[in-house]
Design a protein around this ligand. Structure first.
Ligand code: NAD
Ligand code: TDX
Length: 335
C-alpha cells in the first residue's frame, strides 16, 4: 500500500493514527479534515512534510472527495475517522451529526465505489446501546444494534450504509467498533480531559448522576495499532470490535484522577445527568485477538491515565483557549 486518505485526521484519534502510520510504515498519508472546533493542527505537528499532505475540506463535498479518492488509487485505502463525535453536543443540536456522519459517509462510499478503493470505517461500541451492570455478556460482532443518542444513531446508520455498499456494490470495506478512547489531544469537552483540566484550572470535577455508569477504556495508541492490523489483515466485509478489557465506573475514574492530582478522592460534584445516559459499555475483543493476533500495549489503565494527566499538565497552551466556551455550554445545562 503506497497511499492512504485519512478523513478526520486532525481530530483526537485520527491524528494518533496518522502518527502511527508515519512511524511504523513508509506509506504516504493525505488528511482530509474540515477543521471543525474539534480539530487541532498542533496534533499533526512534527510530521515529515514529504509524507503528509493536509487538505482542509468537508467529507460531504462530493467533488473534492472524488478527486482525493481517485488520487489514492486501487492499491491504497481510505480510513474514515471524520465525524461529529460528542454525545452531549448531539443532544443540543443533532443536525451536523446527521450531515457529517451519514451524508459524509455516503459521499465517501460513492467515491470508493466509483474508483474501487479499499475502505475502512471507524465506528463505536455505542451502536449497541448499553448493558446492565451485572450482565455477564459483553458486546460482540453479533450483538444487535440499539443506539440511544443522536450521535450513536448517526454512527449506527453509517455502519449500515457501509455494509450495504459492501453487499450491493462489492465495495472492499472493513469496519471496526471501538470502546472509549483516552490519551493526548482529546478535546476538553470529553470526560477525562474535562475533569483533568477542571482541576488544573482550579475548578471542580463534575460527575453526571451517581457515577455508576461504566465505560471500557482503551488508549488511543492501541486503537491505532488495531485499525492498522485490520486494514492489513482483516477480511473484506467483516466487522471487528476493538477493546482492551478496560471497564471502569465513572466514579472510579474520577477518584483515580483526583488521587493522582493530589486531591481528596471524594472532592467532586454530582451534576445533572445526561438524558438517555447509557449505563454500561463493554467490548469482547476475542475475534480481533484470536483471528488477527492483535494485543494492546497499555495493559494498565491507571498507568495510561497518569501519563495522560501529566500530558494535559504540560500542554496548558493547547487546551486553555478552548476551556471557557466548553464550560459555558455545560453550565447552561447544569452540568
Ligand atoms: P474528534 O471530534 O476529536 O475528531 C473528529 C475530526 O473530524 C475533527 O478533526 C473534525 O474537524 C473532523 N470532521 C468533522 N466533521 C467533518 C467533515 N464534515 N468533514 C471532514 N472532517 C470533519 O473525534 P474522535 O474522538 O477523534 O473520533 C474519531 C472517530 O472515532 C469518530 O468516527 C468516532 O465516532 C470514532 N470513535 C471515537 C471514540 C472515542 O472514544 N473518542 C471511540 C470509538 C469510536
Ligand atoms: O463532565 C462529564 N461528566 C461525566 O460524568 C462528562 C463530559 C461525561 N461524563 C460521563 C458520561 C459518560 O458516562 O463520562 C462518560 C464518558 O463521557 P464522554 O467522554 O462524553 O464519552 P461517551 O459519551 O462515553 O462517548 C465516547 O466514547 C464512545 C466518545 O465521545 C464517542 O465519540 C465514542 O463513540
Amino acid at each position: 500500500m503506497a497511499k492512504i486518505l485519512v478523513t478526520g485526521g486532525a481530530g483526537f484519534i485520527g491524528s494518533n493514527f496518522v502518527h502511527y502510520v508515519l512511524a511504523h510504515t513508509d506509506v504516504h498519508v493525505t488528511v482530509l479534515d474540515k477543521f471543525t472546533y474539534a480539530a487541532s493542527s498542533e496534533a499533526l505537528g512534527g510530521l515529515p512534510s514529504d509524507r503528509v499532505e493536509v487538505v482542509r475540506g468537508d467529507i460531504c463535498d462530493a467533488f473534492l472527495v472524488d478527486q482525493l479518492v481517485e488520487g489514492i488509487g486501487r492499491d491504497g485505502a481510505v480510513v474514515h475517522y471524520a465525524a461529529e463525535s460528542h454525545n452531549d453536543n448531539s443532544l443540543r443540536d443533532s443536525s451536523p451529526f446527521v450531515t457529517t456522519n451519514l451524508v459524509g459517509t455516503f459521499t465517501l462510499l460513492e467515491a470508493v465505489r466509483r474508483h474501487d478503493v479499499r475502505f475502512h470505517h471507524i465506528s463505536t461500541d455505542e451502536v449497541y446501546g448499553d448493558l446492565e451492570l451485572d450482565d455477564p455478556q459483553r458486546f460482540t460482532e453479533a450483538t444487535a444494534y440499539k443506539p440511544s443518542s443522536p450521535y450513536s444513531a448517526s454512527k449506527a446508520g453509517a455502519d449500515h450504509l457501509v455494509r450495504a455498499w459492501v453487499r450491493s456494490f462489492g465495495v472492499r470495506a472493513t469496519l471496526s467498533n471501538c470502546s472509549n478512547n483516552y490519551g493526548p489531544w482529546q478535546h476538553v469537552e470529553k470526560f477525562i480531559p474535562r475533569q483533568v483540566t477542571n482541576l488544573l484550572a482550579g475548578g471542580r470535577v463534575k460527575l453526571y448522576g451517581s457515577g455508576a455508569n461504566v465505560r471500557d477504556w482503551i488508549h488511543a495508541d492501541d486503537h491505532s495499532s488495531a485499525v492498522w492490523t485490520i486494514i492489513n489483515h482483516g477480511k473484506i466485509g467483516e466487522t471487528y470490535l476493538i477493546g482492551a478489557d478496560g471497564e471502569k465506573s465513572n466514579l472510579d475514574v474520577v477518584r483515580l484522577i483526583l488521587e493522582h492530582m493530589g486531591h481528596d478522592p471524594d472532592d467532586f460534584d454530582h451534576v445533572v445527568d445526561r438524558p438517555g445516559h447509557d449505563l454500561r459499555y463493554a467490548i469482547d475483543p476475542t475475534k480481533l485477538r484470536t483471528e488477527l493476533g492483535w494485543e494492546p500495549t497499555f495493559t494498565s489503565f491507571e498507568e495510561g491515565l497518569a501519563r495522560t494527566i501529566d500530558w494535559y499538565a504540560a500542554h496548558r497552551d493547547w487546551w486553555e483557549p478552548k476551556k471557557a466556551q466548553v464550560e459555558a455550554a455545560y453550565a447552561e445545562k447544569g452540568q
